[in-house]
Design a protein around this ligand. Structure first.
Ligand code: HAM
Length: 492
């Protein structure tokens, strides 16, 4: 019979012979520096998590300065529009990013990365886009104008140019990175967000757009989202281009017109018409533009633009490919999709919440001329950006946020303070074998069991005196409730 008492007896033991002072054994009296603690006045007013508030309740401070001030006031909220990620939010974010990465892998894209801090010149564009008015820009200590990037596409274009002829096209790149926009906050829109980008460089055929939309659909399917809840609106900048040509509107107005027209829905039709006229578009053309943008069927578009229209041919090709890929039910033609970024030149698309409660979930398009605006030759390119914030709001709305538990496999618990050394040996051996192990000390066994349940651990390894002397430890499998002794060397 084991000299080790069954676990249920231990659970009933009133107290283990351990000091309950957290980490007390680690502080030797001669070296322990007294930490002065003071209470912070909390200004937290928002939804920041309880964990954050609790941990901020008492904070160790550095040695006091001789200011004579006894209190300080710290706002424990992060700057407006930005987020902390306590562990549960971080687990959700990692889960989402793993899905981004997995879909990128399925489409054989390679991961790239860029600095969040970029040169301001990369984002100076003249078409009056919102994004260029929302820059977090400043001068660094060396007098250089820099920005916290509001999007990733210009950085990607910069790297493509930098790599020059050393890379063979096409490139299929993805990245996940933080972007900053001084934006008016609405649900899911904030001042910082993470964006998953997928871009294809060097393919002029609509196949590239079809691939990108396939990636978006695969992602939605993995998240449990169906085409009943989300749709992808598709159009082409070539539609507007054709209309401008019809009315002989000069080419140089194209980008500005696109940016103004994108405001339909946010501004009234009259305001948009006024802005178009201020940009130099004649009234007749303004009416023509607004009319074409209301089209929702490809056959109607063909009637207006003619059967030899490039816009119509591209869109027809995309819809035909969508059928082969098997995602037709996700996409619809909608001429009002123009997108607010100046550099798009061809097909543009946006995923939207069919219930209409949230802003665009993701968006992208073809930008065949962006590279030449940076002084390179034109290279065909297209891609999309998919933010982390709107999709999480959407998943919450639909009850699709998964319950992601902490991932710890084993808990090792020494039953006596003298067993600290043996317990360290056990955790070290398990971790070397690839197990994720939490070492718990100075707690009651009851607490350890609760903790194991809370963090979803699969095993509890108890290091007890008599077992240890026989080269054994006691293991409880927490899912089967099975209990056994095992040799330390055989524990894996
Ligand atoms: P965008 O439409 O400006 O495109 O942003 C793409 C996505 O990023 C949006 O659909 C949304 O999910 C997310 N997003 C943007 N701004 C915010 C914000 N303030 N708060 C939360 N989420 C936001 C671009 O950025 C293009 N550069 C995408 C692209 C890549 N086009 C070609 N390649």
């Amino acid at each position: 019979m084991s000299a080790f008492p069954p676990l249920r007896h231990l659970l009933l033991r009133p107290r283990l012979p351990l000091s309950l002072q957290p980490f007390a054994p680690l502080l030797r009296p001669s070296t322990a520096v007294p930490i002065r603690r003071r209470r912070l006045r909390l200004l937290s007013s928002s939804s920041s998590s309880t964990a954050t508030q609790d941990s901020a309740d008492e904070v160790a401070e550095p040695p006091p300065l001789a200011t004579g001030k006894e209190t300080s006031v710290v706002d424990v909220n992060p700057p407006r529009g930005t987020r902390d990620f306590p562990p549960e939010d971080m687990r959700l974010r990692n889960w989402l990013f793993q899905n981004f990465r997995e879909v990128s892998r399925l489409l054989s894209f390679e991961e790239v990365d860029f600095p969040v801090l970029e040169s301001e010149a990369l984002f100076i564009r003249k078409a009056g886009e919102e994004i260029t008015q929302q820059l977090y820009n400043f001068e660094d200590k060396g007098g250089r104008r820099v920005v916290l990037r509001p999007e990733i596409t210009p950085s990607l274009a910069r790297l493509v140019i930098k790599q020059g002829k050393s890379v063979s096209l096409p490139l299929k790149w993805f990245t996940i990175g933080q972007c900053w926009r001084y934006e008016r906050m609405t649900r899911g829109r904030r001042r910082e967000h993470y964006q998953w980008n997928m871009d294809i460089i060097g393919v002029s055929k609509v196949r590239a757009e079809a691939e990108l939309i396939h990636a978006i659909v695969l992602l939605f399917e993995r998240l449990g989202v169906t085409s009943l809840d989300v749709g992808i609106r598709v159009s082409s900048r070539k539609v507007l281009q054709a209309v401008l040509q019809m009315y002989s509107i000069p080419e140089h107005l194209f980008m500005e017109v696109c940016v103004i027209v994108d405001k339909l829905g946010k501004l009234s039709r009259e305001e948009v018409e006024k802005e178009l006229m201020q940009a130099g578009v004649l009234l007749e053309a303004v009416k023509g533009i607004v009319e074409v943008l209301s089209l929702k069927s490809l056959s109607k578009l063909e009637e207006v633009l003619g059967s030899d229209s490039e816009a119509v041919a591209d869109l027809k090709r995309l819809f035909s490919l969508a059928e082969h890929y098997g995602y037709s039910e996700w996409i619809t033609f909608d001429a009002s999709v123009v997108r607010g970024l100046a550099y798009y030149t061809g097909i543009v698309f946006e995923a939207f919440d069919r219930a209409g409660k949230l802003r665009a979930i993701c968006g992208g398009g073809r930008y065949d001329r962006l590279l030449s605006t940076f002084g390179s030759d034109d290279i065909p390119a297209c891609g999309f950006g998919f933010g982390d914030a709107v999709i999480v709001e959407f998943l919450k709305e639909k009850g699709l946020v998964p319950d992601i538990a902490r991932q710890v496999e084993d808990i090792v618990f020494p039953l006596d303070v003298e067993l600290e050394g043996p317990a360290s040996k056990v955790v070290s051996s398990l971790r070397r074998k690839g197990r994720s192990v939490d070492l718990i000390e100075d707690k009651r066994l009851k607490w350890v069991f609760k903790h194991a349940e809370r963090i979803n651990a699969s095993r509890l390894v108890l290091v007890g005196n008599s077992e240890w002397q026989r080269g054994m430890v006691r293991v409880k499998n927490l899912s089967t409730r099975e209990e056994y002794e095992i040799k330390i060397d055989e524990l894996c």
